[in-house]
Design a binder for this molecule. Structure first.
Ligand code: GUN
Ligand code: ZN
Length: 433
């Protein structure tokens, strides 16, 4: 039966160019979405949309809450759910001390399946309906995540990481096995339901030149797939990576030499890029993924969001949690920390731009804008229902809110999963209890 959702609706048409760029979004105070077969069939004012539907319809009234496209997290690690909040280390020590041991456990199928369900529960609890996820090196971890996402009919991008050096026993593949296992996973999962495979060499430090060549071969065989990896997060990491590939001009050039820099390449972090590297990413149409909670938590540095946007050769940017270097599943918490990172560099990201980023902006950065990220006819009905007055301090603060932008900013600054009233995936309510 078709579903009619009545609520306040907000969706972006384009990237906001100013704090008050009212032409960049569409807002309906009393709006409605008509959903059938998981797809938005009509959107507009309640009076318009309801006039067009018959009696045989289920109506859910979410007023006075705000419905937006479901949030999109462009970079998170499935096997790091039990790593979040590990004390005291910068990137390379943090990986060796906490992260690699935790990821080793994902050889166990039961563990991988349990955590995959928890991962998608947490994402949807926080209003996130699409994630670009790293699994562990074990193909069974990617199996578990794809199977769970398929069961929930979620649109995700994911891949098993390829890593064949500088990692402990039990957490390495080989150039050949990484290639074979990735290929088998692509054949089994990519394009099935709403699933997308990302070729995922973890980063240059954990792949030999032979494995980088294997990733290159996969990228050449499957040119439409995403590629995800890490780039220029931490000074010691950059130095180590460049020492392992002395022929490369810089860190970005390591990936470029192996054909891994293109419009579907997602580069986590990009905190310390040199101008040449930013030019190279821009020319390739590659995406720099901003992970503010992680960059602050691990002390990696400050991502230059507006500098990258405004440079002559501008960068495509996505935003992400980077759980478990990142400290929260919420894209609201993520953009709150993002606001602070940008503030420390003397600028302000306006709320409209933040919410564009985590919806339509991230959808476009993931080359998924034709399916998700907007409340438009023909797009998948992935939604988040938000209540900016869900907690008592927020209710009090909201008494003084005078505009939509102010409401959004309060939600971002103070909000989390308690403000997510419901999450819809392909038209079905899925927020866990
Ligand atoms: N670089 C390589 N692997 C990782 C990871 O798991 N997390 C972060 N933050 N950076 C990385
Ligand atoms: Zn990461």
């Amino acid at each position: 039966m078709p579903l009619l959702i009545r609520a306040r609706l907000l969706t972006f048409l384009a990237e906001p160019q100013a704090p008050d760029d009212h032409a960049s979004y569409r807002y309906e105070e009393d709006g409605a979405l008509l959903i059938e077969d998981g797809v938005i069939q009509a959107v507009g004012s309640y009076s318009e949309v309801s006039a067009r539907v018959g009696a045989d319809i289920r109506v859910v009234d979410h007023r006075p809450h705000l419905v937006m496209p479901g949030f999109i997290d462009a970079h998170a690690h499935l096997p790091q759910m039990q790593v979040i909040g590990s004390f005291g280390a910068e990137l390379l020590d943090w990986l060796n001390t906490y992260t690699f041991p935790a990821e080793t456990e994902f050889s166990n199928v039961a563990h991988a399946e349990r955590i995959a369900a928890c991962f998608l529960d947490e994402l949807t609890r926080h209003g996130t309906t699409t994630v670009a996820a790293y699994c562990s090196v074990h193909p069974q971890s990617a199996e578990a995540l794809f199977a769970e996402a398929e069961r929930r009919n979620m649109c995700i991008v994911a891949g098993k990481v390829m890593m064949d050096r500088n990692a402990p026993d039990g957490l390495r593949d080989t150039a050949q096995s990484g290639y074979d296992e990735t290929k088998a996973l692509i054949e089994r999962w990519h394009g099935k339901s709403r699933l997308h495979y990302a070729i995922s060499p973890r980063f240059a430090i954990t792949s030999t030149p032979e494995q980088m060549a294997a990733a290159q071969a996969l990228a050449a065989e499957y040119p439409h797939l995403h590629i995800q990896t890490h780039l220029s997060e931490n000074k010691a990491e950059i130095e180590f990576a460049c020492s392992l590939f002395p022929e490369a001009k810089d860190y970005t050039d390591i990936y470029a030499r192996y054909g891994l820099v293109g419009p579907k390449s997602l580069f986590g972090h990009c905190v310390h890029l040199q101008e040449r590297e930013a030019d190279a990413l821009s020319e390739a149409g590659a995406v720099a993924v901003f992970c503010p909670t992680s960059n602050l938590f691990l002390g990696s540095g400050l991502f230059n969001y507006f500098g990258y946007k405004r440079r002559e050769k501008s960068l495509r940017i996505a935003a992400a949690t980077d759980v478990g270097g990142g400290t929260n599943y919420s894209m609201l918490r993520t953009m709150d920390e993002g606001y602070k990172v940008i503030t420390l560099q003397g600028e302000k990201i306006p709320p409209l731009l933040s919410y564009w980023q985590i919806t339509r902006g991230n959808a476009e950065a993931l080359s998924l804008g034709h399916r998700i990220g907007a409340l438009e006819v023909g797009k998948d009905a992935d939604l988040v229902v938000l209540d900016a007055s869900a907690t008592s301090p927020m209710r009090l603060r909201m008494e003084k809110a005078r505009s939509l932008a102010e409401e959004l900013f309060i939600l971002q600054t103070m909000g989390d999963d308690r403000n997510v009233v419901e999450t819809y995936v392909a038209g079905r309510p899925v927020k866990p209890a």
